[in-house]
Design a protein around this ligand. Structure first.
Ligand SMILES: Cc1ncc(COP(=O)(O)O)c(C=O)c1O
Length: 510
């Protein structure tokens, strides 16, 4: 059934591809009509800023570079290759038109140090985007500065801290409540902002256990961070009650809106009583998640918290757009300049092209697709859907392979690796930790029924293989550019070498 073979290239690093000095291109394109070589540059750049030595760049012609990166792309997998239902990551197809706009010269060649009068268009994009995000979430105003979802959470947690400091009760309010179905970064962000994290468990429905919440809430509560829909893909059924309980004791409500794909255009955190929200533009709004590229985790707040936002935001006096530093209790800056501008442009273009109706249609289809998998995969021998029986999922669903493991010895990891042999991407594995042998699937709205059926068929084939003769599954993947990795070695601290200092340390050890 697979018919899939990924390319195998022994592609060296680019510095090794271009070792000889023969064909290095030294042309810098300033714009379409003007080309500048090294000597022109020397005239342009002040003497004291020029390098003495030639930089050690690989000597490559254009065709060398194109072939190198094309070969690398062939040993990789992306949304443009096939379905990528990596739960919690919203790996949906991002329309190319949004990249085209973000890559246009007018976006590409502006500089954050330019005078405001010369970047009115860019400021208008940021101003309008912040307004649209406020409308979508029911917030009053937004900062676009944070570069990731977790960065947004940290910004939000700092705002909670600053707000309590201003109220004079920070000394006693040291706790942030986080349900165990939250995204893992919520706990880390609260803790980095100096709070003690109080974890509350989920009930059998996959929602917050309200009795446990009641006993966790107190005068020590600075706030609650809620991932909604949560990591089981379930919308918190008592969300209004949760919101009331936290406000009643003087705490603030933080909404992790990274999973907005499932609810945008349908419901708004602001209407549920939340005070602070972050979004992952690199999930919901047309920048792919992952891959190491830049992201954006804008944070929205209610009117009472506007003064705490990082500076600057973008304002408009009716005629001109300007950088607004008028946030009296600001927590300061959380990133360079105004955020990752090109990601913001993609989100702007995406919202513009979809319109309000288009965004709510996205939510409908992403929920429909997740429920289709939540219904079909547990019908296959070995797989089940724990928690929240009969409760519809939102953006994603979490399947357990614990029966498969018990019956055949095949684990969630083995299933995930075998899936790769069919030219599709695996779900997220072993997350959330409250589900045994978890596979977390988020198909997104951009997958067709045919693609979903194909994915379900692959699960059925893997189940048959596991029950008949699991060898192929246990030794997978077979058809990818890289075979089964040594898991122990991959997670051994000595294998990681993340910095020069770490490398030197490792070299010193026998
Ligand atoms: C629900 C949720 N919150 C927070 C994050 C963190 O976002 P980032 O990876 O951009 O830091 C993610 C990431 O996927 C997420 O799914």
């Amino acid at each position: 059934m697979t018919g899939f073979r990924q390319a195998r290239w022994a592609e060296p690093p680019i510095f090794k591809v271009g070792r000889s000095k023969r064909r290095r291109s030294r042309i810098l394109y300033l714009d379409e009509n003007q080309k500048m070589g090294g000597d022109d540059l020397k005239r342009l750049i002040p003497e004291n800023l020029l390098r003495r030595d030639e930089p050690n760049l690989p000597a490559l012609s254009e065709v060398d570079v194109v072939r190198h990166f094309t070969r690398l792309s062939q040993v990789n997998f992306g949304v443009d290759n096939g379905i990528y239902p990596l739960g919690s990551c919203t790996m949906k197809y991002s329309p190319k038109v949004n990249d085209a706009v973000a890559n246009s010269d007018k976006v590409h060649w502006i500089h954050p140090h330019q005078d405001e009068s010369t970047v009115q268009g860019a400021l208008e994009i940021m101003y309008t985007l912040a307004q649209w995000l406020s409308e979508i979430t029911g917030m009053h105003s937004f900062t676009l500065q944070p570069s990731a979802g977790a960065h947004g959470e940290y910004t939000g947690a700092l705002i909670i801290r600053a707000c309590h400091q201003e109220r004079g009760d920070l000394e006693t309010r040291r706790e942030i409540i986080v349900p165990d179905s939250a995204h893992g970064t919520n706990l880390a962000s609260a803790s980095m902002a100096g709070f003690r994290v109080v974890v509350v468990p989920s009930n059998q429905k996959g929602c917050v256990d309200m009795d446990a919440l009641e006993s966790a809430v107190s005068e020590r509560t600075a706030g609650l961070m809620l991932t909604n829909p949560n990591t089981l893909g379930i919308f918190e059924e008592n969300i209004l009650e949760i919101s009331r309980m936290i406000h009643d004791v003087g705490g603030l409500l933080y909404y992790d809106g990274a999973n907005l794909n499932a609810v945008m255009g349908k419901t708004r955190p602001g209407d549920m009583g939340f005070d602070i929200v972050h979004l992952n533009l690199h999930k919901t709004f047309s920048t792919p998640h992952g891959g190491g590229g830049p992201g954006a985790g804008p944070v929205g707040v209610v009117e009472a918290l506007e003064g705490f936002l990082p500076v600057p935001t973008v304002g408009c006096d009716g005629e001109h757009f300007y950088l607004n530093y008028d946030h009296p209790q600001t927590i300061g800056r959380v990133g360079g300049f105004y955020g990752n501008f090109e990601v913001l442009v993609k989100a702007y273009t995406y919202i513009h092209s979809m319109g309000g109706d288009g965004l709510s249609r996205v939510a409908e289809l992403s929920v429909l697709n997740a429920n289709y998998l939540a219904h079909k995969i547990p019908e296959i021998e070995g797989f089940s859907l724990p928690y929240g029986q009969g409760i519809p999922r939102k953006h994603e669903c979490v399947i357990s392979c614990s029966k498969l493991k018990m019956d055949t010895g095949v684990t969630a990891k083995d299933v995930a690796k075998r899936l790769l042999d069919f030219g599709v991407h695996a779900p997220t594995m072993y997350f959330p930790p409250i589900v045994e042998e978890a596979l977390m699937l988020e198909p997104t709205e951009t997958e067709s029924l045919e693609e979903l059926d194909r994915y379900v068929d692959i699960f059925a084939q893997i189940s048959r293989e596991a029950y008949e003769d699991p060898t192929a599954v246990l030794e997978a993947p077979h058809n990818t550019s890289v075979g089964a990795l040594d898991e122990v070695k991959a997670s051994h601290p000595r294998t990681f070498c993340l910095s020069w200092r770490m490398r030197k340390k490792q070299e010193r050890k026998p």
